[in-house]
Design a protein around this ligand. Sequence first.
Ligand code: BGC
Ligand code: CA
Length: 419
Amino acid sequence: MKKILSLVVAAVMLLGIVSIAAADVPNAEKPVIWYNRQPSNSTTGELDMDALNFNGKTYYVGFDAKQGAELQGQMVVDYLKAHGEGLDRNGDGIIGYVLCIGDIGHNDSIARTRGARKALGTAVPDASQGKTEIATIDDVDSAPIGTNLDGSATDVKDGEIEIDGKTYIVRELASQEMKSSVGATWDAPTAGNAIGTWSGSFGDQIDVVVSNNDGMGMAVFNGWAKENKVPTFGYDANSDAVAAIADGYCGTISQNADVQAYLTLRTMRNALDDADIMTGISTPDAAGNVLSDDLYYYDEATRCFYALNGAVTADNYEAFLDATAPNAKFNFQLTEEQAPTKKVWLSVYNASDNFLNATYVPQLQNYDKILNLNVEYVKGDGQTESNLTDRLGNPGEYDGFAINMVKTDNAASYMVKLQ
Ligand code: BGC
Ligand code: CA
């Protein structure tokens, strides 16, 4: 009897703690995990340290944009070098490519444009940043050029590549930010329209398609490149893109969404529990979840976690076919005692973004379960920040916030709600 009583008391206390928590903790002291869109100036890329230091329980989770961008560029060059025959479709001695740009103000997109141009030899120094030479991809001009059939554009130059002993000119024939008429970025239908226009006016000059992500890359592939057998490269390793490698999509980059989704909710869990932030990350948690250190790194000074990227090509794609599968190394259920259920508000900037909805959110849903986080997924329209912030009307209801902004400059509009 005594035992039962004490169990009941314990349960009541536990419930008490759970229900007191959200209402009693000031919102400004609750965990804030920024993810996928790093708080930063969309023009200069400079990190928004006010947002990253919002409180002692604030972190960013993303991936190494630069390492991934260099990998994507290298993947394209490796392919060109290995498939010389027939690449120059119209035999004019020029390898012409078109580039789909996601969002000119998003650091991931900027890095990928730079990485592709640097690897293909078409990069010029970014004069808008005062650069006069290119030491790293950070120095590369990332502006869209419109069309450049004659090679006269000033934000890129003609490059050169030697394939099977023959030197070709490499030319960026066209590039454009794929922004819909209402303002949604990384917009796949816009990329589908663009390839329609481009192929209609200079289709036989296009030998390669490079895209800042798979959503846009697959729109181009399905709309034109597949039928015309034009090598197409994307980024994200969404399941549909990986499956398309069997049908001629040439390659993509995995940004290890499993690691990022886990880190997003793991840092949340640790912050909620006042646990060491590396619990279940560099050291195993009570259930045995742990990340090996080749998967990520942490920059303590800026409170940012970055997953690393890997190339996915015809050589290895079979292992990546299910982008939504949880990682067996960190998929162990925590008990309610180890990690009492907490309520989390989580935004996704755009309900139509391919990567976030097809890959990242399903991964979050793997890990919210094992970490006992009751997550409310709030999806925006990809254009207006207020569409999301308006739905953060009652932050007192939640124990923590995981935020994917529409625009990387807009962190303050969330912080205001939590003051
Ligand atoms: C992904 C894109 C996605 C964007 C959204 C990037 O990291 O690669 O596919 O559209 O994030 O913020
Ligand atoms: Ca050509």
